[in-house]
Write a protein that binds this ligand. Structure first.
Ligand code: ATP
Ligand code: MG
Length: 426
């Protein structure tokens, strides 16, 4: 049997309902903050990621799906979305539009990673970018939209970690500071970090190896060497968050795994996730578009890992989405079968989700299935009902049965109490 490639997943119903619900909330929330959706290609020129994400990063160094196409061009399945958005911004001259642009996206990303729980080779991200504003207020608005999204899903236990990564001018000094602090302990670092010590010492702070994390704790904080402009910027973001009552913690070791970030960087952590606890990462990238050959346009954004998000969705949100609320229409006999689809279409147009019995089950078998699959109600349609232009409906939660005229069915459905209330004993 052919199996799916390592690190990929089949998302099956009913879990796909959770994905759809989460994506619907994302679209609603981000649109209500002025966001518009952007869709870019799933593969891009390899060079784009090398130049933006950065050569010394794990993503570029060892996680990219890179392949030559039939004409020998090097292409890469996108490992993240910000680079593609920046490329699209330049290529489509989005700078000619009124600024800023708030762009959100949803879709699959690809990284060749070691398989672990919560870590896949194809995974999905939901993200938002604000391009064309460099103020602390822009960062705060971005974080407010993100926070609103999590609140809408019912989260109460997520933690926002925030740091100042300084400006690129500070970076060399900071890299040197880490190199000086950690070189004496070089031999204790993992082989990746020994390489990072030469190439990109900052990345050591992001290493997942526990021993490296202990050693990294000796590195100086970025803020200690950052210049005033970045400090003032992040202080401004913090003031806005405090005024909004959005809780966060200052994490001086937070650096993020992509090279284009500067100033504000943040992560959202779920205490419910074990080793791969980071649900969302983001930050400011004021030089990215210029580095890719565009004009000097600032940006700030985040990406939420949807696979991990769905895994820790609050029970209330999940239960509400998973409670099947359809009407099960069971035709009995040939005449009823002939009318059933037309009736169903009318009710569907009236706002009733209708699932028609199409396999020819007997009424007895259909009622059994209705119970097992958790339908809200069953509508039975036989010759008598056809003649009377009524349908016999059974409220499965309350256990009662009545006759409802065809035309009144949508109103009857809307008036049904939620299953849990209907079942409450008097
Ligand atoms: P990690 O530190 O867990 O490797 P990252 O810093 O590489 O994450 P980002 O590039 O910031 O991750 O991506 C944003 C979010 O996307 C992450 O916080 C995570 O929730 C999700 N994500 C990243 N890589 C994967 C993956 N391989 N499988 C599932 N989700 C992922
Ligand atoms: Mg990673």
């Amino acid at each position: 049997m052919i199996q799916r490639p390592r690190g990929t997943r089949d998302l099956l119903p009913p879990e796909t309902r959770l994905w759809l619900a989460v994506e619907t909330v994302a679209r609603e929330v981000f649109a209500s903050f002025g966001g518009e959706e952007i869709r870019t290609p799933v593969f891009e020129a390899t060079e784009l990621f090398v130049r933006s994400v950065g050569e010394g990063t794990d993503i570029v160094h060892k996680e990219m799906y890179t392949f030559p196409d039939r004409k020998g061009r090097s292409l890469t399945l996108r490992p993240e979305m910000t680079a593609g958005v920046a490329r699209a911004w330049i290529e489509n001259r989005l700078g000619d539009r009124s600024q800023p642009l708030r762009l959100f996206y949803l879709g699959p990303m690809f990284r060749y990673e070691r398989m672990q729980h919560g870590r896949y080779r194809q995974f999905s991200q939901i993200g938002l970018e604000i391009i064309g504003a460099d103020t602390p207020l822009a960062d705060a608005e971005l974080l407010a939209a993100m926070h609103e999204f999590f609140v809408r899903l019912g989260f109460t236990d997520l933690q926002i970690h925030l740091n100042n990564l300084g400006d690129p001018e500070d970076r060399a000094r900071y890299q040197e500071g880490i190199r000086v602090a950690l070189t004496p302990r070089r031999a204790e670092l993992c082989s990746d970090c020994q390489r990072r010590l030469e190439e990109n010492p900052l990345r050591i702070l992001d290493c997942k190896v526990p021993a490296c994390q202990v050693i990294a704790a000796d590195a100086p904080g970025v803020d200690d060497v950052a210049g005033d402009p970045s400090r003032q910027h992040v202080a401004g973001v913090e003031a806005h968050l405090q005024a909004l009552g959005i809780p966060y913690v200052r994490n001086r070791r937070l650096v993020r795994g992509l090279d284009y970030y500067l100033r504000t960087v943040f992560e959202v952590v779920s205490p419910q996730l074990g080793t791969n606890a980071v649900l969302c990462g983001g930050g400011r990238y004021d030089r990215l578009i210029a580095d890719l050959g565009g004009p000097a346009v600032p940006g700030v954004g985040f990406a939420i890992g949807e696979d991990r998000l769905v895994e820790v969705l609050p029970a209330r949100f999940k239960d509400a989405v998973l409670a099947r609320a359809a009407l099960y229409l069971v035709p009995m006999g040939a005449a009823a079968e002939n009318r059933a689809l037309e009736l169903a279409r009318g009710w569907i147009r009236g706002g009733v989700p209708v699932e028609l019995e199409i396999t020819g089950r007997s009424l007895k078998a259909a009622l059994k299935r209705a119970d097992r699959d958790g339908f809200r109600a069953v509508a039975m349609l036989g010759d008598d009902e056809l003649k009377a232009k009524t349908v016999t409906v059974r409220d499965l939660a309350a256990g009662n049965q009545s006759a409802v005229p065809f035309a009144d069915l949508p109103a009857w459905w809307q008036a049904l109490p939620p299953a849990r209330e209907a079942a409450r004993p008097e």
